[in-house]
Design a protein around this ligand. Structure first.
Ligand SMILES: [Zn+2]
Length: 79
């Protein structure tokens, strides 16, 4: 995959969470996060569902020059 910012080849890997808790929620959301979050905002999409043994991590690509990541949260792209 090419970087959407600079166009160079991106490095493949996984997005991962270390020391995940059952309550951990990683979402994409359409509004800027505030200081206090009681619940996810309307329109938010859960993109990582951490599971035991390092499971639940989506594959993705990184461009370290641009500090850009691109990943899919489709079930078929999650290990
Ligand atoms: Zn780039």
């Amino acid at each position: 995959m090419d970087c959407p910012k600079c166009g160079k080849q991106m490095e493949e890997g996984w997005l991962a969470i270390y020391e995940p808790l059952p309550i951990t929620r990683v979402v994409w959301q359409p509004v800027e996060p505030g200081q206090v979050r009681v619940k996810k905002p309307e329109g938010a999409v859960r993109v990582i569902r951490p599971k035991a043994g390092g499971k639940g991590c989506p594959t993705g690509h990184i461009c370290k020059a641009c500090e850009m990541t691109v990943f899919s949260y489709a079930e078929s792209d999650v290990t």
